[in-house]
Design a protein around this ligand. Structure first.
Ligand SMILES: Nc1ncnc2c1ncn2[C@@H]1O[C@H](COP(=O)(O)OP(=O)(O)OP(=O)(O)O)[C@@H](O)[C@H]1O
Ligand SMILES: [Mg+2]
Length: 472
């Protein structure tokens, strides 16, 4: 994406800014000179055109070779780019697993491939390039000997020959430059095609309408969804009443986060309808939908600006006091007092200067500040230590009063009091009900609950008591 939207756009800009005006300028000069030459002496003018077709032919052959290699060339450049990004992003994993050498080899291989491919391509082009670069400017090649012969035979005059020879020297350079721009056009159209392909991806289905639902209840009707070919959610139908606390539970990969992402309209559904207060979410603008929902995603992202500004993203016009209050509710005080600069400290690249739990609390503060009528929390307390989790749960309990809430949680103990718990299994909604109902009706829930009970008993022992050890 970066290559396409920054590097490629830059080359497009350069081509458009230079190829068009300079190309036209460099073509106009030879045309005007040829017109003058033909008016002065058409025979000598014709002679100066002799080498041009051969030069053009060599150039055409070279561009033909280039055109065929273009896909492979850009493919290999893209691969090199991706490997570099992957190598840098994955540095921590590479180090931890001692995969330095292996990973570097992959990176090195992609660079070597790119170099070999480009060199091989250049080598096939070099002879043709030499031919046309020599032939095109060599306009006096036929004019001088044959022109002299014509003068001697009385078909032309010496003054005409001298004038034409002088003029020919002004043609070669501009033609060569104009032709080198021609070679850029296939590149230009290739890049434009690639960009159009990306820009042509189907946009989210939405309208300019505002949200005018009856209330903040949520309905999924026969919703199926696939990121690629295979469905990750199958015919999900559920109803969430306004002002209730709901939970989504299920094994890892069962589709909980995907379901939340559909509700905030990150993606369009494959089939079915999602509505809020009986208004289909595709029948409103994404902005209006976003105003109704505070969503704390599983992956926390902070911008590299102050923590204050990061929280303020939740509500554009919030005063400093409101931001501080939200950060207080989200239990941020403890670390804000500790870090240098407090709430004015920078978050670092993608928020990397904070720990996972701290990032999570900042994201929560953002959602608290937004104060939307629907709240979706995806594993919002997953990184917390027990003490902070307890405080956080109290804070959440206060914030979610009278709101429609969906909590996604692996720790079932935190959601036993939910008004309704939805159990997902491999993308299917297996069952729904309260904790006590599900213990009887849902095998999957009972299984998850038993695992949760067991893990609550875990502690790390120095060995010996096998039953209580973490090996369980
Ligand atoms: N961006 C994506 N592209 C392709 N497939 C994806 C993507 N995100 C998730 N999936 C797939 O969709 C399925 C459901 O993923 P999802 O993240 O919804 O699970 P989850 O229930 O939230 O799991 P967890 O408890 O681990 O967070 C998984 O099989 C996953 O591989
Ligand atoms: Mg998830």
């Amino acid at each position: 994406m970066k290559k396409m939207f920054i590097d490629d756009i830059e080359t497009l800009e350069l081509l458009l800014a230079h190829a068009i005006p300079e190309g036209i300028g460099n073509l106009c000069i030879p045309i005007i000179i040829y017109v003058v030459m033909f008016t002065v002496d058409w025979k000598l003018a014709l002679l100066s055109l002799v080498t041009l077709p051969f030069g053009m032919l060599a150039m055409g052959i070279m561009f033909g070779i280039g055109g065929k290699q273009m896909d492979a060339y850009y493919g290999s450049a893209q691969k090199m780019n991706n490997t570099i990004i992957e190598y840098i992003n994955g540095m921590e994993v590479v180090k931890v697993f001692n995969r330095d050498g292996e990973s570097y080899k992959k990176f090195e291989k992609s660079v070597t491939n790119y170099r070999d491919f480009t060199l091989a391509w250049f080598k096939t082009c070099w002879p043709w390039m030499s031919i046309y670069s020599s032939l095109i400017p060599c306009i006096a090649f036929a004019t001088l000997p044959v022109g002299a012969y014509l003068v001697l035979q009385g078909y032309s005059t010496l003054s005409h020959l001298v004038l034409i020879l002088c003029l020919t020297f002004a043609i070669g350079g501009p033609i060569l430059r104009a032709m080198s721009f021609v070679g850029k056009f296939p590149q230009l159209s290739y890049k434009i095609e690639e960009l159009e392909k990306m820009m042509g991806a189907a946009p989210l289905i939405q309208t300019d309408d505002k949200f005018h639902g009856n209330d903040y209840s949520i309905d999924f009707k026969d919703v199926s969804f696939a990121y690629k070919e295979d469905d990750v959610l199958h015919n999900i139908s559920l109803h969430i009443q306004q002002g209730t606390m709901n939970a989504l539970v299920g094994e890892s990969g069962s589709g909980k986060s995907s379901l939340a992402k559909l509700l905030v309209h990150f993606y369009d559904v494959k089939n079915g309808i999602i509505s809020i207060g009986n208004q289909n979410i595709t029948k409103m603008s994404v902005e209006s939908l976003n105003e109704q929902i505070s969503y704390v995603s599983q992956e926390q992202f902070l911008f590299n600006m102050s923590l204050m500004e990061n929280i303020r993203l939740g509500k554009k016009n919030a005063s400093d006091e409101e931001v501080l209050e939200a950060s207080h509710k989200a239990q941020c005080d403890e670390f804000l007092n500790r870090i240098q600069g407090g709430i004015m400290a920078m978050a670092g690249d993608s928020g990397k200067q904070l720990s996972g739990g701290e990032r999570q609390r900042i994201s929560l503060a953002r959602a608290i500040l937004k104060d939307a009528p629907i709240i979706v929390l995806d594993e919002a307390t997953a990184f917390m230590d027990p003490e902070n989790e307890e405080k956080m749960n109290q804070a959440i309990a206060e914030v979610i009063k009278d709101k429609t809430v969906i909590v996604i949680a692996h720790r079932l103990h935190s959601i036993v009091n939910a008004d309704c718990i939805f159990v997902l299994k491999e993308g299917y909604l297996e069952d729904a009900g309260t904790h006590n109902e599900l213990l009887f009706s849902s095998k999957e829930y009972l299984k998850l609950w038993n695992i949760a009970q067991e893990s609550a008993k875990w502690h790390v022992s120095a060995g010996g008591e096998k039953n209580d050890s973490i090996n369980e």
